[in-house]
Ligand binder design. Structure first.
Ligand SMILES: Cc1cc2nc3c(=O)[nH]c(=O)nc-3n(C[C@H](O)[C@H](O)[C@H](O)COP(=O)(O)OP(=O)(O)OC[C@H]3O[C@@H](n4cnc5c(N)ncnc54)[C@H](O)[C@@H]3O)c2cc1C
Length: 460
């Protein structure tokens, strides 16, 4: 995502990836509303939709089965279930089409930075030189470790086994046993995942430090321990394990080196937020890093990546901590879960939790102003059609209902749409390339100040 965003601004990008082949574990991830909106903003949604399954929004928080209340404020108010390898492939193809170079089988082993750039050393001794380096290298990030950036938080308390396999008993027998166990065990499922194949989730025996995948024997043992039978599981397609460690990088940037995605934050997968959070980090960072590289970035712009995104990750870590407690089989936790389930009958409570998980409730702190300031603008109707269709090039946009404002001097970075009919409850708004509202008003002076704040000095 970051590579494609940088390419939109003509920045030369090299992605180095240690795996020679794309990952094969067919973990289904859910793209939540804000990620779907980002894809729509770049014209990618049409490409992604045929590969996923639309599901109704709702029932995300601790998997409490409440449908979404009315009033979800988005044109894309659903969840798109899509295998992670597929979304990774689509984003990789998109980045390559945009001109990014991807080199597989390259392991980053070290780097040094100076005033002009970063020299990266690969495991085979090859050296690469770039102006910036972004570590999008996952939870065990080499880049983060080499930077010496702390990754404080809580180690894993529990681990789960997850995989796909066949079962040796009839589907009716599976359904009855599973339903009974699911009444109290939230960290267990065994459900159809294609013809003759079941997706299995079961708590692991304990927390291990092993990076290698579990065995079918581990699954059998744990199914026996939790359910009392192993359903005769056999012929695994893939097996994996994950823990509930929760950690946040102390810093997202040290000089010319930045962190994004799981390299910057990890948390339990409950609510399906990790990939979404990382994609949204990239969307926040791309245009800022491009501006820095092209030399028009205001002095503090690149640092707003951390000031905006780290609190968002902090909030996600917190909601996953809360959700994890609600999955416990302890009587106290189950009582809190019942209470929250009751509270979610209040639409406002339900909506609040939904906006957290789907990331449409985010408001960056841009200073005092109307509630919309710092929030994302939904995909409203404008005279040409949908607003998000006008953001494909990743530029700023002045949506000018007064039809008398101007972006003169910055028209190389900011588009201007004069449209008194736009379905907007504000005189005019300035949108950043990530679709967040950077200014609301109707006066040229106020606009100019905010153009300077976000898009730097005029070109002439
Ligand atoms: C069971 C489970 C279910 C999940 N469900 C969801 C969900 O529904 N929704 C959701 O949003 N998220 C979900 N997640 C989280 C999601 O999978 C991760 O947050 C996401 O993969 C993080 O992406 P990333 O690119 O930051 O890191 P990664 O996916 O870890 O990618 C990092 C890449 O860097 C490469 N790399 C590492 N070190 C080096 C090096 N030194 N040199 C070169 N390359 C290197 C790795 O090979 C890897 O390809 C789930 C996670 C789990 C475990």
């Amino acid at each position: 995502m970051l590579a494609a965003e940088l390419r939109l601004h003509d920045v030369r990008v090299l992605v180095v990836e240690k795996q020679t082949e794309p990952a094969s574990a067919v973990r289904i991830v859910g793209l939540h509303i804000r990620s779907l909106e980002l894809m729509a903003m770049r014209g990618l949604l049409e490409r992604i939709l045929p590969h996923g399954r639309k599901r109704p929004a709702g029932a995300y928080f601790a998997a409490i089965a409440k449908p979404a209340p009315p009033g979800l404020d988005s044109r894309y108010a659903y969840l798109l279930g899509i295998p992670q390898p597929v979304i990774e492939r689509l984003l990789e193809e998109h980045a390559i089409e945009q001109g990014a170079q991807v080199r597989r089988g390259c392991v980053v082993a070290g780097f040094e930075q100076d005033d002009e750039g970063v020299t990266v050393e690969l495991a085979d001794g090859e050296r690469l030189r770039s102006r910036y380096l972004v570590g999008c290298d996952g939870a065990r990030s080499t880049v983060r470790k080499l930077l010496g950036v702390g990754f404080p938080g809580e180690p894993a308390r529990t681990e789960s086994l997850m995989g796909e396999m066949e079962v040796g008993v009839p589907p009716e027998e599976v359904a009855v046993t599973v339903a009974a166990i699911r009444e109290t065990h939230q960290r267990f499922w065994l459900r159809p995942a294609g013809v003759g194949v079941y997706s299995v989730l079961v708590p692991a025996a304990g927390v291990s430090d092993r990076a290698e995948p579990p065995t079918l024997e581990d699954f059998k043992q744990q199914l026996h321990a939790v359910v009392g039978t192993d359903f005769g599981v056999h012929s695994p397609r893939w097996l994996s394990r994950f823990g509930d460690a929760t950690r946040l990088a102390d810093s997202y940037r040290v000089g010319r080196v930045l962190l994004a995605g799981d390299a910057a934050h990890i948390h339990p997968p409950i609510g399906g937020q990790g990939l979404n959070l990382g994609v949204q980090d990239a969307f926040n960072l791309g245009w800022k890093l491009a501006a820095q590289i092209h030399g028009w970035a205001p002095e503090t712009l690149l640092d707003t990546y951390q000031t905006e995104r780290r609190p968002v990750a902090e909030a996600v870590l917190d909601n996953t901590r809360a959700q994890t407690e609600l999955l416990s089989t302890e009587p106290g936790a189950q009582a809190v879960r019942r209470l929250l389930t009751e509270l979610m009958d209040f639409d406002e409570v339900n909506l609040h939790l939904l906006e957290k998980i789907t990331a449409i409730g985010i408001r960056y702190d841009f200073g005092a102003g109307p509630d919309l300031l710092g929030r994302r603008l939904r995909d409203i109707d404008v005279k040409q059609g949908h607003l998000y269709d006008l953001l494909h090039r990743g530029r700023g946009l002045l949506l000018d209902r007064t039809e008398r404002l101007t972006v003169d001097g910055r028209s190389d970075r900011v588009d201007h749409l004069a449209d008194s009919t736009a379905a907007l409850d504000a005189p005019s708004v300035l949108l950043r390339p990530d679709g967040h509202v950077a200014w609301i008003g109707d006066d040229q002076q106020g606009l100019d100040d905010h153009l300077s704040r976000w898009f730097g000095k005029p070109a002439h």
